[in-house]
Design a protein around this ligand. Structure first.
Ligand SMILES: Cc1cc2nc3c(=O)[nH]c(=O)nc-3n(C[C@H](O)[C@H](O)[C@H](O)COP(=O)(O)O)c2cc1C
Length: 359
């Protein structure tokens, strides 16, 4: 019944202004008006990564639940983990609206939200209320627009929110905060990792640290960046954030909007980069594959390209809140068909093919 209500609401959501539709979805989730997924856990879906045991590899990507309003509702939709954020130290409104655009013909979104965030304190208070409850909640950290020392914002986030997080993601890859992506330059990245590791060493609970990269890192620089992350002590790498590229789009209304592009047109670029990172890191680090996942086949392609875990956001805008559950069902039938005992067995099986894919 609830599932049907939600499906019926989908066409309505698509005619609403995208940001209003998003707020309406968050409110409905806060009220518990969402379907509950069956079969989100199956021993064959289990993945262990950075010391955590995930019920299934499919997670909610950062940006949907920036302020930790509905993490538990999202877990009941069939996600094996939920990444909240990005959270900035001080509350900030983000960029002026409109700042979120649906490219329906391309199954894509352009956003220039610019880290609208309730800030560390508000998010900490919400998460403290649910502390001790089961479910893997990652916290994605961002930096304030006005902050002169963006590295210090990440350290502050780790110190304030780290103890409430199953893992922490360092988002140095949003295209919508000027200067942020400079922290992906090798020397800046090494310094940031040093600061984060020093801060974590002082903490009682030491959450795993994941670094989220942009798909725009130049081919020639990628080996150096991955080398720095391996030696710098990252526990995992997330690939990727949104892209500034605009190739192959058919939408005419919004293509020229400034911001990061996500969804189907990002799939190939992000999956290729994921496979290259898998090869460069020789499978030694867990990788989170993100970008354009909107079906079970796309999720499995990420795993075959080298991902231990998969995240999605834009796919849900077009496919609805049942997408994670449908991906789990698809995984189940593929595991059966391939006659394997674990989805983790296909990790990296097609990394060679994906790494060679045309850009
Ligand atoms: C509206 C919107 C807001 C986002 N906000 C964040 C964010 O705050 N932090 C972050 O790391 N990624 C953010 N992302 C990027 C997503 O987490 C993800 O990396 C990207 O959208 C690619 O995945 P997708 O194609 O499944 O959406 C955002 C994406 C969208 C569409």
């Amino acid at each position: 019944m609830m599932g049907r209500l939600y499906d019926m609401a989908q066409p309505l959501m698509r005619v609403l202004d995208p940001e209003r539709a998003h707020e309406a979805a968050l409110r409905a989730l806060e009220l518990g008006l969402h379907p509950r997924a069956a079969a989100a856990s199956d021993p064959r879906f289990a993945v262990s990564a950075f010391g955590l045991s995930f019920q299934n590899p499919i997670g909610l990507a950062a940006g949907f639940d920036k302020d930790a309003r509905v993490p538990d509702a999202m877990l009941t939709l069939g996600f094996g983990h939920v990444e909240i954020g990005s959270v900035t130290p001080l509350p900030q409104p983000g960029n002026p609206q409109p700042r979120l655009f649906r490219l329906t013909a391309d199954r894509a979104v352009i956003n220039r939200m610019g880290f609208n965030s309730a800030g560390h304190e508000a998010v900490a208070q919400r998460l403290e209320k649910r502390a001790g409850q089961p479910g893997i909640i990652g916290i994605n950290l961002g930096a304030n627009k006005a902050s002169a020392d963006k590295s210090a914002d990440f350290v502050a986030g780790l110190e304030r929110l780290g103890r409430l997080a199953s893992y922490v993601t360092i988002n140095v890859s949003s295209p919508n905060t000027p200067g942020l992506r400079d922290l992906q330059l090798p020397d800046a990245l090494s310094r940031l990792m040093e600061q984060l590791l020093a801060a974590r060493a002082r903490m009682n609970r030491k959450p795993p640290l994941i670094v989220k990269l942009s798909p725009e890192i130049a081919e020639d620089d990628l080996a150096e960046v991955i080398g720095r992350l391996l030696t710098g002590g990252a526990d995992g790498i997330a690939i990727s954030n949104t892209t500034l590229a605009r190739d192959g789009l058919s939408d005419t209304a919004h293509t020229a909007e400034t911001g990061g592009l996500s969804g189907r047109p990002l799939f190939r670029r992000a999956t290729r980069m994921l496979a290259r990172v898998y090869q460069l890191s020789e499978g030694r680090l867990p990788l989170i594959g993100i970008g354009g996942v909107d079906s079970g086949a796309a999720a499995l392609a990420k795993i075959a390209a080298g991902a231990s875990l998969v995240q999605l956001y834009t796919g849900m805008v077009f496919e609805g809140p049942g997408l994670a559950a449908r991906i789990n069902l698809h995984m189940s039938s593929e595991i059966q068909r391939l006659n394997i005992d674990s989805v983790a067995k296909i990790r990296g099986a097609e990394a060679g093919k994906w790494a060679q894919a045309r850009p």
